[in-house]
Design a protein around this ligand. Structure first.
Ligand code: CAA
Length: 292
């Protein structure tokens, strides 16, 4: 049954508590686009967390072109929704995503890859201004690991496995794996993973700083949504500034980054939310942010 995405994502009058199982695949009827590979829903007590669940179980959520196009549409939708303050990307218990779709990629030529800027649009996740949390159960391999690393926070289920096995296919990571993994876990472990294709466990990923928390498999999504709710409860405006400042650490020198941080810090003093946050502290009450 076709259902308009807008209608489905409209906050319910009495929001249900976060559920682990999402609804059937959604069709974006206004744009005539069917969400074939994703399930998309707003979650949390205030319906302020956008959840994107990869839903291609037969291929262990391999990231085919259609799936990534839908992902970008869902991200655009949540980015524009003023009620949404954080986004969670998750997969199934068996696989977050087993990488780029090898069968789809198998016969591509260099000319097609280079000429068509293959994978260039995968970058969208890293350009979202709202915080994005990856909730990783099962395999996060190749492009799946890269997708998780494009997110701002990674939570892992206790049986999650991370890897960049492209070398075993005669290729190398092509969606930021060699760069983001190295910056996150350091050269030795990144080299080992990229050169051997060996996977690391959730525990090893936590020790290496790739993930911030590990939860039991069945609790993971709930905890990621709960983190999203915490973030969404703060000023969305100031949250965007905080995210921009942290991300600058990956792109700039320390001096440049510190300068940028100062400018953004000063900019918070031009917001109503900074005034409200400090007034609320002094008046010993909870801040009521308006995103202004
Ligand atoms: N692409 C396409 N199909 C995939 C896939 C992928 N990346 N990963 C799994 N599948 C498919 C399998 O072909 C299989 O389909 P069929 O039933 O039609 O044969 C189905 O998913 C189930 O997979 P398995 O039978 O292999 O399941 P398993 O439990 O025995 O093994 C696995 C699981 C270890 C994840 C294994 O499937 C695997 O190694 N997958 C490939 C992982 C990989 O190499 N990822 C990197 C891809 S390249 C890349 O991502 C480039 C980049 O940087 C962007």
């Amino acid at each position: 049954m076709a259902v308009a995405l807008r209608a489905l994502l409209r906050p319910a009058r009495a929001p249900a508590p976060a559920r682990l199982l999402l609804r059937a695949p959604i069709r974006l009827s206004s744009a005539g686009t069917q969400f074939q590979y994703l399930m998309v829903e707003k979650k949390g007590a205030k319906q302020n967390v956008g959840v994107i669940q990869l839903n291609r179980p037969k291929a262990l959520n391999a990231l085919c072109d259609g799936l990534m196009n839908e992902m970008n549409q869902a991200l655009d939708f949540f980015e524009k929704d003023p009620d949404v303050g954080a986004i969670v990307i998750t997969g199934s218990e068996k696989a977050f995503a087993a990488g780029a779709d090898i069968k789809e990629m198998q016969n591509r030529t260099f000319q097609e890859c280079y000429g068509g800027s293959f994978l260039a649009h995968w970058n969208r996740v890293s350009l979202v201004r709202k915080p994005v949390i990856a909730a990783v159960n099962g395999y996060a391999l190749g492009g799946g690991c890269e997708l998780a690393m494009m997110c701002d926070i990674i939570y892992a289920g206790e049986k999650a496995q991370f890897g960049q096995p492209e070398i075993l296919l005669g290729t190398i990571p092509g969606a930021g794996g060699t760069q983001r993994l190295t910056r996150t876990v350091g050269k030795s472990l990144a080299m080992e993973m990229v050169l051997t294709g060996d996977r690391i466990s959730a525990q090893e990923a936590k020790e290496a700083g790739l993930v911030s928390k590990i939860y039991p498999t069945e609790k993971l999504l709930e905890e990621a949504i709960s983190c999203g709710e915490k973030i969404a409860g703060n000023s969305k405006l100031v949250t965007a500034m905080a995210k921009e400042a942290v991300n600058a650490a990956f792109e700039m020198t320390l001096t440049e980054g510190n300068k940028m941080e100062k400018r953004l810090f000063y900019a918070t003093f031009a917001t109503d939310d900074r005034k409200e946050g400090m007034a609320a502290f002094v008046e010993k009450r909870k801040a009521n942010f308006t995103d202004h």
